[in-house]
Design a protein around this ligand. Structure first.
Ligand code: AMP
Ligand code: MG
Length: 338
């Protein structure tokens, strides 16, 4: 299959809308990461997403909608979901709510809940409006790889496997959406993202974070969010995270670096001085820059043929919680605490 890449302008969006209505899959920009879109109510089209990504069938998809009115056709909008929609939609917050029959089982991996999000990116909003469809869209990478934050990343992973990619430039946030369970009275964060637990608590009065968001599942433990069962966001290079006082961390990273043929060090900009003379990747000045760069740097390490990424642990506050969730999973929880 030939993959066409077009700008996410009016002509491109019209082409994408036609492709979706014809049951095809399309790579689309959103404010979080690029998504691989299909008509959410067309089970055959949705199977095309799983096929192109090589995604396990037990990992449910996020359904993108324009607004609450469209969401209502797909799910029961609980009072909590309503509060959170009012506060954060459109934006990088996915809400897990009880599904209605209209949603095919292939979308939810057989669960009786569905994950809904209303994205803010103008191109995908225009696509939702023009097509009138609800759009199922997981990240547009091969399953397990770092999520794509540019159209180049989508092409690198899915060229030849999907017919069309809309190029809307680099994604603003760079990390996948926050996923919160909104079936009960208190939101439970299943996957941290740019909408932080503190922000959710400010809107809903309270917020919990599922234990499994920040640690590996124990043997036989049920995953509150099925995606947590799978290795995720990982480059080919092995990642090790080192946690502790700055001088000790730097000494340990230098020792590990010396023992590795082709390593790099990935740290915040203000920590680069501790690693002079080594190959370094800067995550930037603050957590927003770090979120924006993380997946690009992972892909760059692979392009350079590096075998090991040594990273300093980040503070698990605000956006740092989401960054550490992705880093810990990419590292397969190889975390040294000093
Ligand atoms: P992705 O679209 O690749 O960012 O992945 C979507 C994530 O949303 C998956 O990892 C799922 O675990 C999570 N998710 C989707 N639907 C549900 C659901 N009904 N209940 C809990 N988590 C869900
Ligand atoms: Mg994904």
């Amino acid at each position: 299959m030939e993959t066409t890449r077009v700008p996410a302008d009016q002509a491109g969006i019209l082409l994408a809308s036609k492709a979706l209505k014809a049951g095809l899959t399309v790579g689309v920009p959103t404010e979080t990461v690029y998504g691989l879109a299909a008509d959410a109510l067309n089970a055959e089209a949705v199977r095309g997403i799983f096929l192109a990504k090589g995604r396990p069938a037990d990992n449910p998809l996020i359904v993108h909608v324009l607004d609450r009115a469209q969401a209502e056709g797909l799910a029961v909008i609980t009072p909590l979901a309503q509060t959170l929609m009012d506060a954060f939609w459109p934006g990088p917050l996915t809400l897990v709510v009880p599904k209605k029959d209209a949603v095919p089982d292939v979308v939810t991996a057989g669960l009786d809940t569905v994950a809904l999000r209303s994205p803010s990116h103008p191109a995908v909003r225009e696509l939702l409006a023009r097509s009138g469809l609800a759009i199922a869209a997981p990240s547009a990478n091969r399953s397990g790889a770092p999520s794509p934050t540019t159209a180049d990343h989508v092409m690198a992973d899915l060229q030849g496997l999907i017919p069309l990619v809309l190029d809307g430039g680099p994604c603003e946030v760079g990390l996948e959406s926050t996923v919160a369970d909104a079936t009960g009275l208190v939101p439970v964060v299943l996957r941290p993202g740019a909408v932080t637990p503190a922000m959710l608590a400010a809107a809903a009065g309270e917020c919990l974070v599922a234990n499994s968001a920040m640690r590996p599942l124990e043997k036989g433990e049920a995953a509150p969010s099925p995606g947590l069962r799978h290795r995720h966001y990982a480059p080919k290079a092995r990642i090790t995270l080192v946690k502790g006082p700055g001088d000790k961390v730097a000494a340990r990273i230098r020792a590990l670096y010396g023992a590795e043929a082709k390593a790099c060090v990935m740290v915040m900009e203000d920590r680069l001085d501790a690693y002079q003379g080594l190959r370094t990747f800067s995550l930037g000045k603050d957590m927003y820059q770090a979120a924006h760069r993380l997946f690009t740097l992972m892909r760059q390490a692979d392009e350079e043929g590096l075998s090991r990424i040594l990273a300093e642990a980040l503070p698990e506050e605000g956006l740092g919680l989401a960054l550490m969730n992705r880093l810990a999973r990419a590292a397969d929880f190889d975390i040294l605490s000093l």
